[in-house]
Design a protein around this ligand. Structure first.
Ligand code: ZN
Length: 346
């Protein structure tokens, strides 16, 4: 590992390259009225009911909880993808401010979609523009090609080019999005982030970093992305299920090993390191771990590795007593209140 003292149990801050901070309040939500049987039904029955019920106060405490849990996992940077169709305006600033308060870096994006008609798509684009124009650290979010018109995809790509950033989009997470490589052809560049790629052909022509989310893909029963097959860079994310990147690395390694007995944990560790190309600031952060050496061959077979100290930008933001800037008990209590409010709307 470069630029670190991994042998002494110290690394830069880890990066969660694909997160949905809004889903931190989802755990414990009521079961859907109908058991979903397909990926599209999982979206319709669970995530699209949940995101429709969000308001800005819920997002604020969801983000504080997600940021707190990131620090508890040694993760100092989150690449977030937000969707809150009834609380679009200002949502990216609420998330950015909440993360900053806890001391976690965040790269925000609003996932534009035509699911709520052209006006919903327009408002999503406008929130990305508002946030980026105000100097926010962000990308242009796109939900996925299969929920967007060609006009919306082109407008999002143009907005990203205008601000000199990439777009953050779900690509071929399930079979429903099989047309994504054609729909996105000519729009992507190396700054784009392509989440999942489970059903993306190996010889696709999309540019950008593939974001591999092993736990979420297993949970949604969509299949194994086998990201080692792609020529694109690969980074690791959680798709909204926490920000425990050591655990994510271990699962990514074991899954790769399940299809390739020669796979080395160095490959999945390299995917984790790709996060530093996406959020270079995190390289300057410092996490002291409970285990040494922080070497992929050790970590892959060592459960329960946890941070002892987390420093972001030279400031101690978390140690074994908890976060230094915020009250962890208050965040958990407020998040529980907001989760109860959210679940009551479902
Ligand atoms: Zn996602």
């Amino acid at each position: 590992m470069t630029g670190t003292d991994a042998g002494a149990g110290v690394t830069p801050g880890l990066v969660c390259a694909h997160h949905h901070i809004y889903s931190a309040l989802a755990r414990g939500m009521p079961a859907p009225p109908v058991t979903p049987l397909t990926f599209r039904q999982i979206l319709e029955q669970i995530w699209w009911r949940l995101d429709t019920a969000l308001d800005l106060e819920m997002l604020e405490w969801s983000a504080k909880l997600a940021a707190l849990e990131a620090l508890e996992s040694g993760t100092t940077a989150i690449v977030d993808h937000n969707e809150s169709p009834n609380a679009i305006e200002g949502s990216l600033s609420v998330i950015a401010d909440a993360c900053a308060e806890v001391g976690v870096r965040v790269v925000c994006a609003y996932g534009v979609t035509d699911r709520h008609g052209p006006d919903g798509a327009r408002r999503g684009l406008e929130e990305n523009r508002r946030f980026l124009a105000a100097g926010g650290r962000g990308l242009v979010g796109i939900h996925a090609a299969f929920t967007c018109s060609d006009e919306t995809l082109a407008a999002a790509a143009a907005l990203a080019r205008e601000f000199g950033v990439g777009a953050h989009v779900h690509v071929c997470e399930g079979p429903e999005d099989a047309e994504a490589p054609d729909r996105l052809a000519g729009l992507t560049d190396e700054r784009w982030l392509l989440a999942h790629g489970v059903h993306l052909p190996t010889d696709h022509h999309l540019a950008g970093t593939i974001l591999h989310n092993p736990f979420s893909n297993l949970n949604n029963s969509v299949g194994y992305a086998n990201p080692a097959r792609f020529a694109n860079p690969v980074a690791l994310g959680t798709d909204g299920i926490g920000a425990q990147m050591i655990e994510t690395f271990r699962l990514a390694y074991a899954l790769q090993r399940s299809v390739d007995v020669t796979a080395s944990p160095e490959t999945a560790w390299h995917w984790l390191e790709t996060g530093w190309d996406l959020v270079p600031e995190a390289r300057t952060d410092r996490v002291t771990w409970s285990y040494q050496p922080m070497d992929p061959w050790h970590i892959a077979f060592t459960p329960g590795i946890r941070p002892l100290r987390v420093e972001v930008g030279g400031e101690l933001v978390w140690d074994e007593h908890g976060p230094t800037r915020v009250d962890a008990a208050e965040i958990r209590a407020k998040a529980r209140e907001q989760a109860a409010r959210l679940h009551a709307r479902l």
